[in-house]
Design a protein around this ligand. Structure first.
Ligand code: SPQ
Length: 428
């Protein structure tokens, strides 16, 4: 696919699609609750559709009239053994969180995914789940998918210190702990996105969170709820960066989720001197309107406990840094290596092939700023965030053409990405 380049400015107002993490979890909690759950503004990206299909395969009735998704919950005891292997597509969130759900089910399942998911380590969830009494096996010593699993109705509660900062591992263990015989203690390495914990409370359950320590008791029941999904800050990130780096631009993003475990990118933009404003802040819905304008930016150091708060935004933050004054150093982000691609290497290769000056490191990148970008052929390797980062980078290009291979990966999290881009260019 040929990407649009050399745009004069971007201008306009838009609403990004619903938050992917919250959309997945709304289907999971809706299925595990008793009664009906109605979800508005859900993301209809391929990852979330995978989660929806898996719960249908597990015997849950889920209807979608194009506006509201209605889930007829069956409770933890109402899931049925699937007739087929469960297809998780490209979605790490689906396979890891659903492993936690199925840990408490006394039937055989097999879970598989696409070429990218088949390279991602599942041992981070299988090791603690085995300790709880689950039979599970994957490929190689890292337990790559496909995973074969047989859960148990008598799971042992777990006391577990997470060796990685991962909301997916935490959430998988919370789902398993909810079905265990007693209280579990899960201790995070760093605080990560807390949508699972928030949703337990929203669905009428109990969970105690004290800093990085999470206590959760088994045998809880949830009641169906009405859920409204805010816009995804990880999708908004592409427009935030575009508005900052394309001259004479102003972009207004309405109804963006601003849960504090996800807003690291806003802190980074402020620290770099970006012109960014929040308005219409809704404390209850944890959402706001965010406005950005083109800015003169300064390189900074990004590391430590902010990393989990912006982990998915680092590819586009790297692009931002190529246009800042001075050098930006990203560290403590080794988790990027086990995403849909090795995002340290793939981001550095893609942007360097366009003329950037990025040195990949073991746990991040060193990015020298103020580098003009030129045309190149970029491959997403099946990673949606690489595709969208390349499409924003292309907007700056004055010489040559940027073409994108495997652009369809973008449908994973943002099917209307190119329509939204067109709107901002036409108003620009
Ligand atoms: O679902 P998937 O493929 O793992 O999605 C990604 C993404 O970029 O969309 C990561 F590649 O987001 C993860 C995120 O990195 C979604 C997520 C969640 O919803 O719990 C948590 C993070 O992953 P992790 O491994 O840090 O727990």
């Amino acid at each position: 696919m040929k990407l649009v380049s050399n745009v004069a400015k971007l201008n306009g107002k838009l609403r990004v699609p619903g938050d992917k993490s919250i959309s997945h979890r709304s289907i999971m909690f809706g299925s595990l609750a008793k009664g009906v759950t109605r979800v508005r503004d859900i993301l209809r990206g391929e990852d979330v559709l995978s989660t929806m299909q898996v719960f249908r395969d597990l015997g849950v009735t889920i209807e979608d009239d194009g506006d509201v998704v209605t889930i007829h919950g069956v409770g933890f005891n109402g899931l049925k053994a699937p007739q087929n292997k469960l297809n998780m597509g490209n979605s790490g969130t689906s396979i890891r969180l659903i492993s936690g759900v199925l840990a408490g089910q006394d039937f055989d399942v097999e879970m598989f995914g696409d070429d990218s998911l088949s390279k991602r380590p599942m041992d981070r969830v299988t090791i603690p789940l085995r300790q709880m009494g689950v039979e599970v096996s994957g490929q190689t010593e890292r337990d790559l998918p496909p995973l074969k699993m047989h859960g148990s109705k008598h799971l042992t509660p777990i006391h577990y210190q997470l060796p990685v900062a991962s909301a997916q591992v935490k959430s998988a263990l919370i789902f398993a702990a909810l079905q265990a015989d007693g209280e579990s203690l899960i201790i995070e390495k760093e605080k990560t996105r807390n949508h699972t914990e928030d949703m337990i409370l929203q669905f009428g359950g109990n969970i105690s969170v004290d800093g990085k320590e999470i206590r959760i008791s088994g045998g809880q029941e949830f009641q169906g709820q009405d859920v409204v999904v805010p816009g995804d800050i990880s999708s908004a990130a592409f427009w935030l960066v575009a508005g900052l780096i394309i001259p004479n631009s102003k972009i207004v993003l309405e109804n963006v989720g601003i849960n504090e475990t996800r807003t690291g990118i806003l802190d980074v933009i402020k620290a770099m001197g970006g012109n960014i404003k929040l308005s219409q802040i809704d404390e209850l819905a944890k959402s706001a309107t965010i406005t950005v304008e083109s800015s003169d930016l300064q390189g900074i150091e990004i590391g430590g406990d902010i990393i989990p708060r912006l982990i998915d935004e680092l590819p586009v933050i790297a692009l931002l840094a190529t246009q800042a004054n001075g050098t930006t150093i990203i560290r403590d982000a080794e988790e990027l290596k086990v995403k849909e691609t090795d995002r340290i290497q793939v981001v550095a290769d893609a942007l360097n092939s366009m003329g950037a000056n990025i040195t990949p490191t073991e746990d991040g990148m060193i990015i020298h700023g103020k580098t003009p970008l030129h045309g190149a052929e970029i491959n997403t390797f099946g990673d949606h965030r690489i595709g969208m980062m390349a499409a924003i980078a292309a907007l700056l290009v004055k010489e040559g053409q940027v073409s994108l291979r495997r652009a369809e990966a973008i449908n994973t999290s943002y099917p209307s990405f190119f329509e939204d881009l067109k709107g901002l260019i036409q108003n620009g």
